[in-house]
Design a protein around this ligand. Structure first.
Ligand code: LLP
Length: 420
């Protein structure tokens, strides 16, 4: 119920806008599809770590999948509970482990034997026991983009399926370690259920065995990875594909739950999920202003004021984001256009030769499905300030992050004294 045009005019562009209702609906949809299980949704906050977004999920009862001490601090700053945080990542530093233990996080997701040893040492120094889950690499291909697949032996993540039992036995002998769970995550933006089914089916018997051996095991985390619709044209042509599960091609929470709950329920354990993109992706758009339209004779370039530093996904993964004019005018012709940013790199391109309503200087466009891995991957390349972020709720809108000022970009820099 808020006009994006007025938000863009009022707050300037590039502007990230998030919908509270969509964030809530996605959380509730996923949670209710898993109602048969004792479950905890730990939002993979790397996808969108704005304080307002974190507070929202925390208020809904969610926990967080964190990957740094900074993320745990963010959860605390947003009023979230560290006791509902898991801490993942292959490179945890000693100080980070110490901090996480001080905060009383729910679990460390351990990615190697060396890390397990380090966590044991730090916990012992602190006279504590660290709760851990070891991340199983099930060696299942997630059929997703090479840069975001994680569950095969080609990847740096987790411990090989064949070596897991021995590592659990080793962990059981470490006084600084409490075995609390088993974890896996096979990749991101999965659009089919099959890789999830294959991975859970492969790992569930192992979890059953470990549960019977180590009575302290409380949970099985199946990670994140639920994909979202980036290009509705790939869906079944339905106008309102987001409202119904009917005829949808992409994996939905319903299919996910119907497939996985029967495999998970017999374990009798708590199930953890770590969705990032599914909760936040379709809840955000990046609004940008058209600066110039440049027709070269060969091509039509629409030059906008957002760039790859604001939304890197198209440049980095060749990913598709739907781009729509903020004010649609059905009388205007569609023109095959390249929507590009102002950065001096050819890769600063949001789409190529895509049919888009004829645009003019001063028009606004919205890049959709930018709520996950959008703002969080932004940078200051070309001394461009970080965009502002706005959250809307019904007819209300609030700035949840101010636009960075230009001076803030170099605030931490200095010139050495010998040059003064
Ligand atoms: N759990 C673990 C251990 C992960 O590594 C990730 C994502 C997630 C959960 C959340 O995955 P999701 O539910 O969001 O698919 N920047 C890339 C995505 C990188 C994903 C990294 N790990 C992109 O823009 O597509």
């Amino acid at each position: 119920d808020v006009s994006l045009q007025s938000l863009a005019e009022h707050y300037g562009t590039p502007l990230y806008v998030y919908s509270q209702r969509t964030l809530e609906e996605h959380f509730k949809k996923l949670s209710s599809s898993l109602s048969e299980l004792d479950h905890l949704i730990c939002f993979a906050m790397k996808a969108n770590s704005n304080q307002a977004v974190l507070r929202l999920f925390s208020n809904l009862g969610g926990g967080f999948d964190t990957v740094s001490d900074g993320e745990i601090m963010r959860v605390k700053a947003a009023g979230g509970d560290p006791a509902k945080c898991v801490f993942a990542g292959v490179g945890k530093r000693r100080e980070e482990i110490r901090y996480a233990l001080e905060q009383g996080i729910y679990c460390f997701n351990v990615e190697s034997e060396a890390e397990l040893q380090r966590i044991h040492e730090v916990a012992t120094e602190m006279s504590k026991q660290a709760p851990v889950a070891i991340r199983v690499n099930p060696n299942v291909d997630a059929h997703t983009h090479a840069k975001i697949t994680t569950g095969t032996y080609e990847n740096k993540f987790g411990v090989a399926f064949e070596k897991i039992e021995a590592l659990y036995a080793h962990a059981a002998g470490l006084s600084g370690i409490e075995i609390r769970g088993v974890q896996m995550h096979i990749g991101s933006q999965l659009t089919e259920v099959e890789p999830f089914r294959a991975a859970v089916q492969k790992v569930a018997p192992l979890v059953e065995k470990l549960k019977n051996t180590y009575s302290s095991i409380q949970f099985f985390s199946i990670g994140g990875g639920l994909g979202i619709v980036y290009d509705p044209a790939l869906e079944s042509g339905q106008e309102s594909w987001w409202d119904s599960e009917e005829g949808r091609k992409i994996l939905t929470p319903k299919t996910y739950a119907e497939t996985l709950v029967p495999l998970l329920k017999p374990l009798g354990l708590r199930v953890l999920l770590e969705p990032g993109r599914f909760l936040a992706g379709n809840a955000g758009a990046l609004i940008s202003r058209v600066e110039y339209v440049k027709n070269t004779g060969q091509k039509n370039f629409v030059i906008v004021d957002a760039a790859m530093n604001d939304l890197i996904r198209p440049a980095f993964y060749d990913s598709y984001h739907q781009i729509v004019p903020v004010q649609e005018d059905k009388n205007l012709p569609a023109i095959a256009s390249d929507v590009v940013g102002p950065i001096c790199e050819s890769g600063d391109t949001f789409c190529k030769e895509r049919a888009i309503q004829k645009l003019e200087e001063g028009d606004y466009v919205a890049m959709l499905s930018a709520g996950a891995y959008g703002f969080v991957m932004a940078g200051n390349y070309n001394t461009r300030p970080m965009a502002a972020e706005v959250l809307v709720n019904g007819d209300k809108a609030a700035v949840v992050r101010k636009r960075q000022t230009i001076e803030q970009i170099w605030a931490g820099e200095s010139v050495p004294e010998w040059m003064e």
